[in-house]
Design a protein around this ligand. Structure first.
Ligand code: ME8
Length: 524
């Protein structure tokens, strides 16, 4: 290991009962941007994603497809691996819960929880009989009081999923005994955004039921150590993936020592409780540290409607990437909605962002400055003269940007605010070019023109460097066109030492963000 500060970030592992959709793409995209940002900022990053392959839901989907579960999960898991390529994710590992390393890790975690006592001196795990409501779709147990009524008066989970009555022997986890420790954990700011913190805190302050953590009525799962008749509850199995990938149970390994506890679990708001109540409680019960932070983002609708298979409006990431362009989709998803809120995917909103912010604002800025340098400065980076106050103002705004973005992304996971701040500089740079009129200076004062173009180019270098995590391919093209060496693109190069070098040959510029002219939506 290198001794750099470490950053461990995870996505949820996705159920393999279905194909990837925009919700999966979104969670992982947010992680990818943070992972890339932290690498460029000098951190040693471990970015994990993967697939959740056990449980009744997957077993049922395999049966419905007439397939053996293992064969089925092998195939569907590949679709999620393909998503990481389609979306250009920079994940360092892709875990599958059917892997040997994970089975070993889950069984060891169980043993440790079972071997320890709860804070009230009781066994953390005990055997009893479960009688209650279970939703296969949510893979979750519900208390009678949590259920809602469906259209025909039938009982349903709060998510709208069907429930069935389950009665079987089960091991239970003594959740209630961990209440005080959990509340202490939340008070340290582990759950974000604040609305989710409040939600989970009030849940834990309420009545906490012991959690059923094993099943006996089906077999597609990890056997409970010492009692093969039981398989582990799929959420206990799935959540454990985060420590498996870090090397657990080998706690002396460099990977584990470097990366656990995770810096950030990124999840959707629907799986908040699993990540902020059950998971930290399991870890504490096993004598392990809980994750430093869990951020729960909002949900996407499609043209104002809930996304669902039955409505036939599921958004396939491959379709929108093919239609709008990869970096355009990456930008849109993180710019359109304040991270943490729900958002709506619409063709109109997508085209508006591509054309006004990417093509008009950023694309035109780069294209104008690069083509003027190409035509009027012998296709070389010009030599600037003395900087005026106006030049210095722009340059100092450019130099200050990384600090702002570091706070917005690193501390707050506020992708939308980071992009708003970046675009404030794009607009300032456009204003500067319009005011300085280098096309007029070309005839009246070519030396001043060279200074103006250089200052604008230097600002574009900052913008393209800082935007790399969001739009890696487009920013690489822009940095190529500015003649920035491949090893001068991390954030240490943002200081004066990394400034553009006069005389560097510049390739013929090509527009990086073209306007979107096809006005038809992706599906029509
Ligand atoms: O929950 N908008 O897996 P999953 C935004 N296997 N996000 C959405 C969304 C939407 N319309 N639909 C889904 C699981 N998501 C478990 C996780 S982790 C130990 C186990 C997001 O395949 C959702 O919020 O159902 C969540 O983060 C992920 O997709 C869930 O994927």
């Amino acid at each position: 290991m290198t001794g750099k500060a470490a950053y461990y970030i995870t996505t949820p592992i996705y159920y393999v009962n279905d194909s990837p959709h925009i919700g999966h793409a979104y969670t992982s995209l947010a992680c990818d941007v943070l992972a890339r940002f932290m690498r460029l900022d000098g951190r040693e990053v471990f970015f994990l994603t993967g697939t959740d392959e056990h449980g009744q839901k997957v077993e049922k989907s395999a049966a419905a497809a007439g397939r053996d579960p293992k064969e089925f999960v092998d195939e569907v898991s590949e679709r999620f691996r393909a998503l990481t390529e389609l979306m250009n994710y920079s994940n360092d590992d892709f875990i599958r819960t059917t892997e040997e390393r994970h089975i070993r890790s889950c069984q060891e975690l169980w043993r440790r929880i079972a071997a320890n006592k709860s804070p009230k001196g009781r066994d953390n795990i005990y055997l009893d009989t479960y009688g209650g409501w279970y939703s296969v779709r949510d893979e979750a147990f519900y208390g009678e009081g949590e259920l809602i009524k469906g259209a025909d008066g039938e009982k349903m989970a709060p998510s709208g999923a069907p429930v069935e009555w389950v009665e079987e022997p089960s091991y239970f986890f003594r959740l209630e005994d961990w209440r005080e420790r959990l509340l202490e954990y939340y008070s340290g700011g582990a759950v974000a955004p604040v609305s989710r913190h409040n939600e989970v805190e009030s849940f834990v302050k309420g009545e906490l039921f012991d959690l059923s953590i094993s099943r006996t009525s089906f077999s597609w799962g990890i056997p409970v150590p010492g009692d093969d008749a039981h398989i582990m509850y799929v959420w206990l199995d799935a959540l454990t993936n985060y420590i498996t990938a870090a090397g657990f149970p080998d706690e002396d390994s460099e990977t584990y020592k470097t990366f656990w506890p995770a810096d950030l679990h990124m999840v959707g708001k629907d799986i908040l409780r699993f990540h902020t109540v059950y998971w930290p409680a399991f870890l504490m019960a096993a004598g392990l540290e809980p994750p430093k932070r869990v951020f729960a983002h909002g949900w996407w609708t499609n043209e104002g409607e809930k996304i669902s298979k039955s409505l036939g409006n599921v958004i396939d990431p491959a379709d929108i990437v093919a239609h709008y362009g990869l970096d355009q989709v990456r930008y849109f998803l993180l710019r359109e909605v304040p991270f943490g809120n729900d958002g709506d995917f619409s063709h109109r909103a997508m085209v508006a962002r591509i054309n006004s912010e990417l093509a008009n604002d950023f694309g035109n800025l780069a294209q104008r400055v690069l083509s003027m340098m190409h035509k009027n400065c012998d296709a070389q980076m010009p030599q600037p003269g003395d900087f005026t106050e106006a030049d210095k103002e722009l340059l100092s705004a450019a130099e200050g940007l990384i600090g702002t973005v570091r706070t917005e992304l690193g501390d707050k996971q506020s992708f939308h605010e980071a992009l708003t701040q970046i675009w404030a500089l794009v607009r300032q740079a456009n204003g500067y070019v319009a005011e300085q009129e280098p096309w007029v200076l070309r005839k009246t004062d070519p030396e001043r023109m060279a200074t103006v173009l250089y200052a604008a180019a230097e600002c574009i270098r900052h913008l393209a460097t800082i935007c790399q995590p969001f739009m890696p391919e487009s920013c690489a093209k822009m940095l190529d066109q500015l003649g920035v060496a491949a090893d001068a693109r991390d954030f240490t190069s943002l200081g004066r030492d990394g400034a553009l070098v006069a005389g560097t040959a510049l390739p013929k510029p090509e527009p990086v963000f073209p306007r979107f002219v096809d006005e038809t939506p992706a599906d029509g």
